[in-house]
Design a protein around this ligand. Structure first.
Ligand SMILES: NC(=O)c1ccc[n+]([C@@H]2O[C@H](COP(=O)([O-])OP(=O)(O)OC[C@H]3O[C@@H](n4cnc5c(N)ncnc54)[C@H](O)[C@@H]3O)[C@@H](O)[C@H]2O)c1
Length: 405
């Protein structure tokens, strides 16, 4: 029954570093009971329950098989933080079991699995959401608010990147970390969603606009091989054989005429950035120098000014309230907000602020870019996961966590 603030029982599947981090945030919420956890590794379950015990002493069931967790009748929502290969399979099983599904970020292995996700939602009508925390980042939300207030005029181009020095993924191969195998064997935009999530909301993707085509180009691969040689020695099998180009550049063309560039950049030395940028007929934003320029508002022509000059007025209402209440949770508060959005959708029995069509479109970038690179940067067509419904007034979430109002 829909009831604000009622207690919801949640199951968490996948209890690696990320799963345990999410559990730490969920366990602090007084209207959430984590009634079951699941991992194929017992030590991960022990550590996850230990994390819950830092805050709560309610009973927690433990499972090695997620189907057993899904058979628990009183669980209403499932948080999935396994490695990329299992997200869709577990989300589908969760929807089929009648439980709201929220899965961690990552790219898809095939277009077919994205369709499977969409078709399961259409059959079951059980909401399913990617936990794209960066949609709730302070700057990303402030820029969304400024776009909606018309400061940028008509949007022409957006950019974003996953600029994160992850060369230690070469070491993690020895621990069988699944993500490392994607870097070893796949040449693609492997991790598009931190940047495409917010950009997709800026451009009303799947609500009046959609991704049409994509091209991807990869540089040569050096960074991970050099790291592997440092860690494993000169004659290790991985030094020369990384498939992933150090820099993968993807260009997406939208039905509305906008272009988007995405950069996957995880194999070379550099500080972290999501490289968010927006360019419209009236102004520009660049995350990299935290600056904006608005032709009608900025004091000096052709000169950047700090984004901070606009935050008092244009911080998104979600962030205004969050700052007043006291920011909490990992990644500067984004993890807390995206989890609250999921929990409150369950409590209110509504759709989720990120829906299955968006989740499928964002994940599909990975396998489409893989195809484009393998064919010498040929353009590839984007599937329309909405089957034409992007042209109509699709329902949007009302209320506090909406990213579409
Ligand atoms: N949103 C963010 O900011 C953010 C940050 C870090 C990681 N992530 C994402 O979180 C996910 C997990 O990342 P991680 O670093 O914790 O990965 P990890 O590989 O360390 O952990 C994955 C866990 O899932 C378990 N697992 C695998 N298959 C399973 C199955 N069938 N049933 C139950 N458990 C299973 C593994 O045993 C492991 O403990 C990834 O999708 C990653 O991209 C997101």
């Amino acid at each position: 029954m829909a009831e604000k603030n009622r207690t919801v029982k949640i199951g968490v599947v996948g209890l690696g570093g990320r799963g345990r981090g999410l559990i730490g945030t969920l366990a602090q919420m007084d209207d959430v009971v984590i009634s079951a956890v699941c991992d194929i590794v017992d030590e991960c379950i022990d550590e996850a329950i230990g994390r819950i015990r830092e805050y709560k002493d309610y009973p927690v069931k433990r499972f090695n098989n997620y189907h057993d967790l899904l058979a628990e009748k009183d669980i209403e929502g499932v948080v999935i933080a396994t490695s990329w290969n299992e997200h869709i399979e577990i989300a589908i099983a969760s929807m089929e079991a009648g439980k709201y599904a929220a899965f961690e970020v990552g790219g898809a292995n095939s277009i077919e699995e994205c369709w499977d996700l969409v078709k399961t939602y259409e059959k079951t009508k059980v909401p399913c959401m990617m936990l794209e925390n960066c949609c709730y980042g302070q700057y990303e939300l402030a820029i969304l608010n400024m776009i909606r207030h018309g400061l940028f005029g008509e949007i022409i181009h957006c950019a974003g990147g996953y600029h994160h020095d992850l060369r230690t993924l070469a070491d993690a191969l020895a621990r069988n970390k699944q993500r490392s195998f994607h870097h070893l064997h796949r040449n693609a935009e492997l991790y598009p969603t931190h940047e495409i999530g917010p950009i997709s909301k800026y451009l009303n993707i799947n609500r009046g606009n959609r991704f049409l085509t994509l091209t991807s180009t990869a540089s040569k691969s050096r960074g991970l091989g050099i790291r592997a040689e440092e860690v494993f020695g000169k004659d290790n099998p991985y030094t020369q054989n990384y498939a992933l180009g150090d820099i993968v550049t993807t260009v997406i063309k939208c039905a509305g005429g906008e272009t988007i560039t995405l950069t996957h950049d995880t194999s070379l030395p550099r500080p972290y950035s999501r490289g968010n940028a927006v360019h419209g007929t009236k102004g520009i934003w660049m995350e990299i120098n935290k600056s904006v320029y608005f032709e009608d508002l900025s004091p000096n022509p052709h000169e950047w000014e700090p984004i901070e000059n606009y935050l008092d007025k244009y911080n998104h209402p979600i962030w205004k309230e969050f700052l007043e209440d006291g920011v909490t949770g990992g990644h500067g508060g984004m993890d807390y907000l995206v989890l609250r959005a999921f929990i409150e959708s369950i409590q209110n029995e509504t759709i989720t602020p990120i829906d299955v069509y968006e989740s499928a479109s964002w994940m599909a970038i990975t396998c489409l870019s893989e195809q484009s690179i393998s064919m010498g940067s040929m353009p590839v067509a984007f599937p329309d996961f909405t089957n034409g419904k992007w042209l109509t007034q699709r329902p949007v979430l009302e209320g506090k966590y909406s990213l579409d109002k």
